[in-house]
Structure formats: C-alpha cells, structure tokens
Design a protein. Structure first.
Length: 359
C-alpha cells in the first residue's frame, strides 16, 4: 500500500520532469539505451535521481548502489541495487563490468557539516572515492560521468551577492576543499584523457521526499517537517542568513539537462553554477507562516553558521543558461506551497522520517 502510494506520487511528481524532454516518449528515452551506475543512490539526490533515470532508461538499465541498504524501498523494487563502497576500487570495477556500465552518476559524498565533524573521512570519501570513479572511467573508457560539486567551493573571499562562474575559490571547510579539488581533478581527466565528465555546483537542495544528510543547508528542509509536525522550529542559522537553494525537481532537471547537453556546446564541464532561488531563514519562515499561521521559528546558531557565512548568497549561473539552456521552475513561493501540500499528505498518512547517506 505504502509502495503503491509512493509509486503513484512518483509518477505525478516526475511526470513534469519527463514532459519537458522532447526525446522521451511514454517515459522512455528514444536514444540508445545507456547502462548507468549511481553511487550514493540512497542519499538525498541519489534516491530521486535513480528513479527518474529508471523512468527514462528502464529499471534494469540503472544500477543503484550505496554503502547501506536504501531507506527508499522503491530503489530495490524498481531495478538492481548493489552494496558498493566507493573506496573499494575493485568492487567498483567489478560492478561496472558485471552490468556493462557506460555512464556513472557519482553521488556518494560527505557533506559540509559532517565533513567538519570528521575532516579525514570527508577527504577519504570525497577524494579517494572520486579518484576511484575517475580511474574506473579511464580504464573502462566510460561514455560519460556526472560528478557533483557544490556552492561550498566558494569561500569568504568570493563575492557574496552574485558569485561569478570564474572567481576566487578559497573555501574554509574541508568539504569545500574536496569539491574544489574534485572540480580540478575532473577537468584534468577531461583534458588529459578525453573523458566526458560533467558537474554542477549544487546549492542547498530541498525535497519533500528524501531528507538531506549532514549539510549546512539542511535547516531549509527540517523547518518544513517541524512546522507541520510541531508548529515550531529552532533554526541553527541566524534569521538573516541568505543562501542559494533549489527545489528537487529543478535539481533533477539541471542534472539530467546537463548530462543531455551537446558536449561541443560546453566551455565548462565540471563546475557549472546553477541558481534556483535565494532566501533568508526568516523569509522562509514567513513564507511557511502564510500557510501555517501558528508556526513559530526561533534561532540558535551553531557551528554551521560559520559555514553558511562563508558561502555566497546568490550565484551567477549565466554559463549554465548560455551553454545548456538552464532555467529553474521553482521560486520560494511555489516551492513552499508544494512542500507543505506534499508533506501534509505524506506525514498525515504513511511517511516516516529517516536519515540517509549523503549525496
Ligand atoms: C551542504 O550544505 O553541505 C550541501 C551543499 C550546499 O553542498 N547541501
């Protein structure tokens, strides 16, 4: 029953995503079928991305992988799922061979807040894991690889109001350091080995379906659950904290659009700024209050405030708009309305919150 409801929602939720791509007929892509491996498929973006890719290419063509069994049952029901630790290069190669993989979406990562709690782990997973994927791509001559980056590449010296595509990258978090390194390493593999590697600098991602895991921008998701379940929330950043954010349908659309883009049009590859919306914590609370008037938000900034203060408030995504026609569909008002409607349905019926791996 739970699964049926989830499937129904998924089809409605992703219907709009499928509709925008003219090459998709009846939920399946008409181009040559790809065989895809998603690492970190149990994480916030990975779990929703995997289901969209399965709608496009067919369940069997998309192998979901993570270090744990996934919290989203549909990941195991709609196609293959494998336990893969990206630090285990041998297993990664074996999976690529076994499933004849030609495309990898490398979503496994440790995010900013968890990274500050365990910098060594963040370096290991984000750099050694990435290196293993890139080496597998080189050795197996993979067709295409997606390696996400983040607004965490920016630091206090980056212009805060509209962080340019090309700018100073001196992050103060280990997560940011791994993301700058990752962008440069991916670009090196593009230039040195002629691989097709692409990536976006994701802002904070907000989803009604999957919780984030260990990021600084997690408050923008937590606030909705607390508002609906308890009518109040204690936010871990100051009310005037403004950060770039994006609603999950836009995040998936950006990912899929970049992977579909004509490579010859791209001057950038692994480091595209992408903007969805930017708002302060108090603007988000006020927007929620329009629909839940009794909602109260208090503020108790913790160590994540320092991270948030080191990131820009908005990013300039002209390169993404020019090179692969990026446009977001959700602003603060539309996202908030959709989140509340969807969470009310879920929390009122079957949903339980879960924590999941990063990525
Ligand atoms: C985080 O907060 O660490 C992530 C990110 C912006 O990459 N959501």
């Amino acid at each position: 029953m739970i699964h049926l409801q989830y499937d129904l929602f998924r089809r409605l939720w992703f219907g709009s995503l499928l509709a925008y791509n003219p090459r998709i007929k009846g939920g399946m892509v008409t181009q040559t079928t790809q065989r895809i491996l998603v690492t970190g498929a149990g994480g916030q973006i990975g779990s929703e991305l995997t289901l969209v890719l399965r709608d496009r290419y067919g369940g069997d063509a998309v192998v979901a992988s993570d270090i744990h069994e996934p919290m989203t049952p549909a990941l195991q029901r709609t196609g293959p799922f494998e336990i893969v630790d990206v630090l285990d290069a041998e297993r990664l190669h074996a999976m690529i061979d076994q499933y004849k993989i030609d495309t990898v979406y490398h979503m496994a990562a440790i995010l900013s807040a968890t990274g500050e709690e365990n910098p060594q782990l963040a370096w290991k997973v984000n750099i050694h894991g990435l290196t293993n994927v890139l080496e597998a791509a080189r050795a197996r001559a993979l067709h295409r690889v997606f390696c996400p980056s983040s607004i965490a590449v920016f630091g206090p010296e980056t212009p805060r109001d509209l962080a340019p595509q090309e700018t100073v990258l001196r992050p103060t978090t280990v997560y940011g350091v791994t993301k700058v390194t990752g962008e440069l390493l991916c670009e090196y593999y593009v230039n040195r080995y002629g691989l097709d590697i692409r990536g976006l600098r994701y802002p904070g991602i907000i989803s009604s379906e999957t919780p984030p895991g260990g990021g600084t921008t997690d408050y923008a998701v937590d606030i909705f659950y607390q508002a609906i379940e308890h009518g109040s929330y204690t936010c871990f950043v100051r009310p005037d904290t403004v950060l770039p954010m994006m609603y999950m349908p836009d995040c998936i659309k950006a990912t899929v659009d970049l992977m579909d883009a004509d490579f010859s049009r791209l001057s950038h590859h692994c480091d595209f700024n992408v903007a969805g919306m930017s708002f302060s914590a108090e603007e988000l609370a006020a927007e929620i209050r329009k629909r839940i008037p009794e909602f109260e938000c208090t503020y108790a900034p913790d160590f994540r405030q320092t991270i948030a203060d080191s990131w820009p408030q908005r990013v300039d995504d002209r390169a993404a708009r020019e090179e692969w026609d990026w446009t977001p569909a959700y602003d603060l008002e539309r996202m908030t309305a959709h989140m509340i409607e969807r969470l009310r349905q879920r929390l009122g019926s079957t949903a339980t919150r879960s924590s999941s791996s990063a990525g």
